[in-house]
Write a protein that binds this ligand. Structure first.
Ligand SMILES: *Cc1c(COP(=O)(O)O)cnc(C)c1O
Length: 618
């Protein structure tokens, strides 16, 4: 990095997130948001960015998925025993466990702190399961995205307020604060208290200073993904600290509302109002987010709404499977480096036969591993037999994502007869692997999942399709490495980014995707686009059109390209696209590029702004 776009050596970025997906041995994540946070820390370590993460340690994490005999999701909760995990208890100068406290409705809840080192980046995890806390308090950090609204506000108070108290207890001097989603935004209440009550600012000075040095990333246009609390809950939990600060509740509520006459309290508006810069997670999502939050800035044109975009990426060393990683190493590519520092483009020159051999190996490794991976998950014997009987050389399509209904996991089943013809072609076989969890409170998502399981079990499809129970980081790594095609068919424009397709592309899989999230930014020569960009139209008609387009692409483009072989059996055009996918993903869709971009466009200006404050930092 040059002098002007690098952070000073004494800078410190604090990155807050309610989930982190780093390794399967530390199951404190649910899905894409957590994976992104984990990959962010890994890339920060690779690039030497001075950053610390803070999150929560969940005793039961997110649920582990099992399947009932009739194909319905069963949520199992394993206890995370910190002693069995790669965690250290953080201690104070006297060697005693470090404790910080957060007061919740009159109860001082004590937190202990676990540390997990991501290379050079420490991740601190706050845990309320401390002896001496009430049973209710001990349960606050029990499950990720579990419990009711009260649990959620308690978790978010612990995360936000607790994170800042921890940093002070550790005598850290942050210069940049990055809120990854709105869940952690209560940190700003604790910071305001400090600015006013400790640093002696007036309320207005404090409110102005609060934003400087802070960056917020919003992750979803789906309303349910934007955290909202009732006025009653906010009043109950925040009044004590607001009284201390001297900030009237009514004024605080306005900070969490799109317009002053709105109701409830939204963490996204609050985060937008208390940070100096904000961004969405793909160019299209930036546009959608500006439109969505424009009513907060009635005097601005939508294009001037202060929400930018940093397109997500994935951590290439984590997500590149062994066969493709070996090819890249052979081509002199350092997968951990910033794209400008390593020759990703040379992936386009790797010998086609070598790429094809690597892809065959990767698919075979995936298929060989599946029956074992399904043992003990509640998968039926018949499902395990299907997995064992999959064809090692057949065109293999992967669809693995949360069963949120907007992701339309059932789209491929819109016309069963047509699907049967497609997968049942004896000369050009196609097989499809499904995976994904539905949130335990999302009954629609669970019903959809049960339908998908049922469809894959019908006699005409069962040899070629299987639902893989227990989508997690391990299974995701196997799938993205081994499949030929990654399918993504959400309702546009609800998929803010989607990162699984980037992981697949890094491994040379071709994406078949709705033009949503990251996909419009990808090189069109690395896959196929379902439907068109018209997004005014929604609902049943749109679904039917997209399904038609999906079938037509699979029949007319994907299958013929995959099975069009030269004299040596190599699908030449497919491999050309596959090499483009690898190079294109490496050149842009990695967290090495993403973190570098955050540093230059967001952290450096934030660092300068916080240093210009009378406090000389945060
Ligand atoms: C990458 C990943 C996700 C996010 O994928 P989307 O494309 O956003 O659906 C979710 N879960 C796991 C386990 C992942 O590895």
């Amino acid at each position: 990095m040059t002098q002007t776009d690098a952070l000073p050596t004494d800078a410190l970025v604090v990155y807050l997130s309610c989930e982190f997906g780093l390794t399967q041995n530390l199951p404190i994540y649910s899905g894409g948001l957590g994976m992104l946070a984990g990959d962010h820390l890994k890339a920060a370590s690779d690039l030497g960015v001075p950053l610390v993460g803070v999150g929560l340690f969940y005793a039961h994490g997110y649920f582990r998925q099992e399947l009932s005999p009739d194909g319905h999701q069963v949520a199992a909760y394993d206890r995370n025993d910190p002693a069995q995990m790669p965690l250290q208890l953080v201690t104070d100068a006297a060697g005693e466990p470090l404790e910080v406290a957060v007061t919740l409705v009159g109860e001082a809840v004590r937190l202990r702190v676990w540390r997990y080192d991501v290379g050079t980046v420490p991740l601190y995890l706050l845990d309320t399961d401390v002896e001496g806390n009430s049973a209710d308090a001990r349960a606050i950090t029990d499950t990720l995205y579990g419990g009711d609204r009260i649990t959620r506000i308690r978790q978010e108070m612990v995360l936000g307020v607790g994170a800042w108290r921890l940093l002070r207890a550790l005598k850290q001097a942050p210069t940049v604060l990055h809120l990854n989603e709105g869940h952690s935004a209560f940190v700003q209440v604790e910071r305001l208290r400090e600015l006013v009550n400790v640093k002696g600012m007036t309320l207005d000075e404090g409110l102005d200073a609060l934003r400087r040095g802070c960056v917020f990333t919003t992750h979803t246009p789906v309303p349910a993904g934007n955290e909202q609390f009732t006025t009653e809950l906010i009043s109950e939990y925040l009044t004590p600290i607001l009284t201390e600060i001297g900030l009237p509740l009514s004024r605080f509520l306005e900070l969490g509302r799109v317009t002053p006459d709105g109701d409830g309290f939204g963490m996204t508006p609050f985060a937008l109002r208390t940070t100096q810069a904000a961004n969405g997670v793909a160019q299209l999502h930036g546009e959608v987010a500006r439109e969505m939050w424009a009513p907060m800035w009635p005097d601005l044109k939508v294009k001037d709404v202060p929400i930018g975009a940093v397109t997500n990426g994935v951590h290439a060393p984590t997500w590149t499977g062994r066969p493709v990683a070996a090819l890249l190493e052979g081509a002199g590519i350092d997968v951990a480096a910033r794209p400008q520092d390593t020759p990703w483009g040379s992936a386009r020159d790797i010998d086609a036969a070598a790429v094809w051999a690597a892809k065959n190996t990767a698919r075979q490794e995936l298929i060989t591993a599946l029956p074992g991976a399904l043992e003990g998950t509640g998968a039926s014997d018949a499902d395990i037999a299907t997995a064992a009987g999959l064809h090692p050389d057949a065109l293999t399509i992967g669809f693995a994502r949360r069963f949120a209904t907007y992701k339309r996991a059932g789209l491929l089943f819109s016309d069963l007869a047509r699907l049967e013809r497609l997968v049942g072609d004896a000369e050009r076989p196609v097989q499809v692997l499904f995976a994904g969890k539905a949130h335990p409170a999302d009954s629609e998502g669970q019903a959809l999942m049960a339908h998908v399981v049922e469809w894959t079990r019908t006699s005409a499809l069962r040899d070629r399709m299987v639902f893989l129970v227990g989508y997690d980081m391990d299974l995701a790594q196997r799938l993205v490495a081994g499949v030929d095609v990654w399918l993504n068919n959400p309702r546009r424009p609800q998929e803010a980014s989607g990162t699984s397709g980037m992981k697949a592309a890094l491994n040379g899989a071709l994406n078949v995707s709705i033009p949503d999230g990251w996909w419009p930014e990808a090189d069109p020569g690395t896959g196929w686009t379902i439907g068109d960009e018209a997004w005014a139209e929604q609902g049943v008609e749109r679904d039917a059109k997209d399904a038609e387009s999906l079938y037509a692409l699979l029949e007319g483009e994907v299958v013929p390209t995959f099975y069009d072989r030269d004299a040596d059996g190599v699908p030449v055009r497919w491999i050309e696209m596959s090499r483009n996918a690898i190079a294109g993903a490496g050149e842009f869709f990695t967290t090495a590029r993403m973190v570098d971009q955050y540093v230059r466009e967001y952290y450096v200006p934030a660092d300068r702004a916080s240093r210009a404050l009378p406090t000389g930092g945060l």
